[in-house]
Design a protein around this ligand. Structure first.
Ligand SMILES: NC(=O)c1ccc[n+]([C@@H]2O[C@H](COP(=O)([O-])OP(=O)(O)OC[C@H]3O[C@@H](n4cnc5c(N)ncnc54)[C@H](O)[C@@H]3O)[C@@H](O)[C@H]2O)c1
Ligand SMILES: [Zn+2]
Length: 391
């Protein structure tokens, strides 16, 4: 091989191949246990080490879950070497608001001698998945992460993604990495204990992905909204389709690690992230996203050619899902607009926000007309006020 001289050295591009393993189960620690064991590869004949991390609210809501995990482990002790107790983390945004929890996680991984071929299996809502996923990504520069999401939001959206993070400096997702999970298992049984509030609000991300990717998918969600709210079969179909769109975006969309200036999956999120912080996380991520999607939808109809009839259908869909909410924080537009600057800073470069010029037709915009945005916010607030007074 000819070694190039210093003057001949040029940029070298390279690509790395990843596999994203997405599975759907009915009872992953019962009848579908093989789905999990088949994902655990042994290396050089050694039984893989596995450590379990569990959202405390999931554990509380299913008192027999720990026992079922332990039974799964003892039944499969030829394929799974469990290290340490099942670790429990506070569920919800609190898991992402305490950086010291990350240190505790790293200590547990170290104590169990986990290495880059070991598996951390995390069971919980999107917040717990994000926090544990971050610790997993930085330990030894990355252990193998198996996510078992337990909310509608995490099964249809965040659990499929390749991001993890915690909050810092009163800013959402300020610390984190991109890391492709080893696998994601969407299990139906684990979601059964979810409260109605959390069950419904996860569908705001499904609405979001439909608005970006497929008018037909949006029609289905809109048509099935009442059935979704009642947790009928249609809800599972929407979660599965949302997860598939998400997967396709990551694996075939050309920008899994968000190097380009647009972050289309963050439609409605510039205000949502800010609202979560402004309300001290009183609003759930899914609820804040529903508000953010409603506001950017009205703005899109005022400034970017989305038809008013389509905008109305989108808000109606959110309403039918029980998601069209208003919050007093929405009136503090100056604080809210600082969310736009934080959104820009996160990626660097010029501001790029996704808007719609039709359902399924996202566009990138680089400027927001603040006066028009204020009007869009008022339209959403007034609509919520009207629907409240008629119910
Ligand atoms: N990494 C990403 O790409 C990405 C994308 C979107 C959202 N997110 C993040 O996801 C988080 C929101 O996740 P979420 O909507 O899943 O909410 P969450 O994790 O905050 O969960 C909501 C509540 O439900 C509880 N819970 C979870 N599963 C349960 C179950 N089966 N039974 C009973 N209680 C249960 C949790 O403990 C919590 O109290 C936010 O922090 C958001 O920023 C990350
Ligand atoms: Zn989101």
């Amino acid at each position: 091989m000819n070694v190039p001289t210093e003057n001949e050295i040029r940029d070298a591009t390279f690509a790395v191949e990843f596999t994203h393993r997405l599975r759907f189960t009915h009872d992953v620690f019962g009848g579908d246990a093989h789905t999990l064991t088949e994902l655990l590869e042994s290396s050089e004949g050694r039984i893989p080490k596995v450590q379990f991390w569990l959202d405390d609210q999931v554990s509380l809501a299913s008192p027999d879950l720990k026992h079922r995990i332990q039974r799964f482990c003892s039944r499969h002790d030829q394929t799974v070497q469990v290290t340490g107790n099942i670790q429990v983390v506070p569920g919800g945004e609190g898991a992402k608001n305490d950086i010291h929890l990350i240190e505790r996680m790293l200590k547990c991984f170290n104590h169990a001698d986990l290495d880059r071929r070991s598996y951390v299996i995390v069971i919980g809502g999107g917040a717990v998945l994000d926090a544990v996923g971050f610790a997993v990504a930085i330990a030894h520069r990355g252990l193998r992460l198996i996510r078992i999401p337990t909310t509608t939001l995490a099964q249809g959206d965040s659990g499929i993604g390749v991001k993890n993070s915690i909050n810092l400096f009163q800013k959402k997702n300020w610390v984190g990495t991109f890391a492709v999970p080893w696998a994601v298992i969407n299990d139906r049984k684990l979601i059964e204990t979810l409260s109605d509030r959390d069950f419904c609000c996860g569908f705001s991300e499904a609405v979001k992905v439909s608005l970006l990717k497929s008018g037909t998918f949006f029609e289905h969600i809109h048509r099935d909204a009442p059935a979704i709210r009642q947790r009928k079969a249609e809800a599972w179909a929407v979660i599965a389709e949302s997860a598939q769109w998400h997967l396709r975006h990551i694996t075939a969309g050309g920008d899994p690690f968000e190097m380009l200036e647009a972050r289309p999956l963050d439609y409605g999120h510039w205000s949502a992230h800010k609202l979560e912080v402004m309300t001290g996380f009183e609003l759930r991520h899914g609820e804040a996203v529903a508000i953010g999607v409603a506001v950017d939808t009205i703005y899109s109809s005022m400034a970017h050619g989305l038809s008013p009839a389509d905008a109305d259908r989108i808000l109606d869909c959110l309403e039918q899902l029980g998601l069209l909410l208003d919050h007093p924080a929405l009136q503090d537009t100056e604080a809210l607009f600082s969310g736009l600057e934080e959104f820009r800073q996160h990626l660097g470069g010029r501001l790029t926000v996704t808007m719609l010029d039709g359902i399924g037709r996202p566009i990138d915009v680089h400027e927001i007309d603040h006066e028009l945005m204020r009007q869009a916010i008022s339209v959403v607030a007034e609509r919520v006020g009207r629907s409240r007074s008629t119910t």
